[in-house]
Write a protein that binds this ligand. Structure first.
Ligand SMILES: Cc1cc2nc3c(=O)[nH]c(=O)nc-3n(C[C@H](O)[C@H](O)[C@H](O)COP(=O)(O)OP(=O)(O)OC[C@H]3O[C@@H](n4cnc5c(N)ncnc54)[C@H](O)[C@@H]3O)c2cc1C
Length: 592
């Protein structure tokens, strides 16, 4: 069959690339990239999560890594497509240690963007499909050990008679997803979680909470939600799913177990992790440690001047469960992110008189519009019908380098602004401050930059527009007194109840608390990619800081994010840990 021009260009480029790599010629390989090109590598070449910008950076990386990585077996997968003159092609590749998937975007015969992502270690593949285990011994034997007995033995011994290779602190969705990945790779792991049961981190939140992202985006690894699962999962249903998932995946999940401290001994390469399990102090000694403690470790309560004089009730959103007790009360909710909006609605539904205190603009997008303009291309029934499975969607999403995400996102928000002009006018008329971020690139980039400051509208905005929820916007809080609060411009809001929807501390506070302030300082901040936006200062990193990749502290990883990012990157964290457990040549490239 004749090749299409797109297939020809792809085959030619990949052959030239492969030839240059075979010859160990970094300069020749880099010359195949455009001046404004990007290569995002997720472990395959760098054992790191790195985006290289331009041929010089690409040549530097290849010079450092080629001899270790020995890439080979590049093969185009499927038929390349052409979008706006750009050829998009999928390919597979191998290295000395691993197999990977690549996505290539060619512009005028040169590479514009390249993604290379490792998915399995050669010789250490997951026992899936044809490799699956038998699960029994088809032979009569008197010393038969059943699956239940084996699990009971493992549960009794792991962490006591034997040490897990890895300890994961935090058993929310991130810790659970990573636990499942490690289990499939044969890495023994214990998840320590201070809540009693898997899923409690969702159950403990306010009663009206539903996931704001749609089901296609939220699957856990290996075990997708059933076909009839609702588009938006209620929080307790999510909690139950996580609990069932942890059981089905045979995770060693220690509920009611709080990690109290962790210290690394570089001599022995071992962590000393002190935990309190159901009231008993206990020490674990793993080789690898992962923080999956969430962005929601420490509630950030702001000590506003005069707060101590307030005669009503004041608390953080993390303590809010329901508005039942606040019928007829005047409630001021400080903040205008997702939790602030949801809690305003919950209070209004409970018959409270609600005022949102908004200092700066938030990004607000109607849920329906986000589904249509944002999610539909990759995560929807339509995408599934076009063959875009969750795995393919994750890789396609990852194939856009951070530098280009705003340009990919802006048209979405221009379309939303046009389609929902009346909605935004009504918000403005009510005094609510909204924007699409400093560069108009919307919610996704804001989430990647600061993980805060946005709301997917699931009902609050209509109440704001109609005045049912009042808004006092455009000024910070000057002080609180016995009967309410006063804004910096002198406006006064009388209140019986003040809810601080002021966010949560970052993981570095957790590191300082559990390991040491020095270690936290050495590792540096988390999240954000150095965009220069408020809340995400430079320098430019091009990848999320310290997430899912080697850090300044040996044998320590940080894992988290929303369900989608946790699903995708849990594979990368697990592969890094497995590779070290197996003693592979893990030559980490650190971009300068
Ligand atoms: C209104 C709202 C809507 C949202 N909608 C979505 C959505 O649609 N999709 C989505 O993906 N996300 C959504 N989120 C965000 C969601 O909360 C996070 O994605 C999720 O909680 C992150 O999971 P995690 O496992 O990283 O952290 P967490 O769920 O916070 O889990 C961390 C766990 O670590 C435990 N822990 C902390 N310290 C210790 C310690 N020292 N010892 C033992 N255990 C410890 C905690 O108890 C906790 O259970 C929403 C959030 C809000 C507020």
């Amino acid at each position: 069959m004749d090749q299409t021009p797109a297939a020809q260009h792809t085959a030619q480029w990949l052959a030239a690339f492969s030839e240059a790599l075979d010859a160990g010629d970094a300069a020749a390989a880099a010359a195949l990239f455009a001046d404004d090109s990007y290569w995002r590598d997720l472990l395959g070449f760098t054992w790191n999560l790195v985006t290289l910008e331009g041929p010089a950076a690409i040549a530097d990386m290849l010079s450092a890594q080629l001899a270790h990585v020995l890439p080979c077996r590049f093969a185009v997968e499927g038929e390349p497509v052409v979008e706006d003159g750009i050829v998009i092609a999928w390919f597979s590749f191998e290295t000395r240690a691993a197999r990977g998937t690549g996505i290539l975007r060619l512009r005028d015969g040169q590479c514009w963007t390249l993604l290379t992502s490792m998915f399995e270690l050669i010789g250490h593949e997951e026992k899936t499909g044809p490799r699956r285990i038998l699960g029994t011994v088809h032979k009569a034997r008197k010393d038969r050990i059943t699956w239940t007995e084996e699990r009971q033995k493992e549960r009794a011994e792991l962490g006591y008679a034997t040490q897990p290779y890895c300890v994961i602190i935090g058993g929310g969705q991130a810790g659970i997803a990573l636990g499942a990945r490690l289990r499939k790779l044969g890495v023994s792991a214990v998840i320590v979680e201070k809540n009693a049961r898997p899923g409690d981190s969702w159950r403990n939140r306010y009663k009206s909470l539903c996931l704001h992202d749609p089901v296609w985006y939220d699957h856990m690894p290996y075990l997708p939600f059933p076909e009839d699962w609702p588009v938006f999962t209620p929080k307790d249903k999510m909690g139950d799913w996580l609990e069932a998932y942890a059981s089905i995946m045979e995770l060693n999940y220690w509920g009611s177990t709080e990690c109290r401290s962790a210290a690394f001994d570089p001599e022995t390469g071992t962590w000393t992790v002190r935990v309190c399990r159901e009231g008993q102090d206990h020490v674990l000694r793993p080789r690898a440690l992962v923080f999956a403690t969430g962005a929601y470790g420490f509630a950030r309560m702001i000590d506003f001047p005069g707060a101590g004089t307030f005669r009503g009730e004041m608390f953080h959103t993390s303590e809010y469960l329901s508005g039942d007790a606040y019928r007829g009360k005047r409630c001021a909710v400080i903040g205008s992110g997702s939790s602030a909006h949801d809690i305003c609605v919950d209070l209004w539904e409970s018959g409270a008189e609600v005022t949102m205190i908004q200092r700066a603009p938030s990004i607000v997008v109607k849920s329906d519009s986000l589904m249509e303009y944002g999610f539909a291309a990759l995560y929807s029934e339509q995408a599934m019908a076009r063959g875009i499975t969750t795995d393919r969607a994750d890789l396609l999403f990852a194939s856009v380098p951070f530098r280009l995400i705003p340009a990919f996102q802006r048209p979405i928000y221009e379309a939303i602004a046009a389609a929902d002009a009346d909605f935004y006018n009504s918000l403005s008329a009510a005094g609510f401050l909204w924007d699409f971020g400093t560069d108009g690139s919307g919610l996704l980039t804001k989430a990647l930059r600061t993980a805060s400051g946005y709301y997917i509208d699931v009902g609050a905005s209509d109440l704001i527009a109609s005045g049912a929820i009042k808004v006092a916007s455009g000024a910070g809080i000057d002080h609180i007194d016995a009967g309410g609060l006063t804004l910096e411009d002198g406006r006064r809001v009388a209140a019986d109840v003040i809810v601080q929807a002021t966010g949560y501390g970052s993981m570095d506070e957790m590191v300082a608390h559990l390991i040491s302030p020095e270690t936290a300082k050495r590792i540096g901040p988390f999240w954000g990619y150095g965009s220069g936006d408020p809340g995400d200062p430079g320098p430019w990193e091009g990848e999320l800081r310290n997430m899912w990749k080697p850090t300044a502290q040996e044998a320590l990883w940080f894992h988290g994010g929303n369900l989608a990012l946790s699903r995708f990157h849990s594979q990368h964290v697990a592969l890094q840990i497995k590779a070290r457990m197996e003693g592979l040549d893990v030559n980490v490239f650190a971009a300068s």
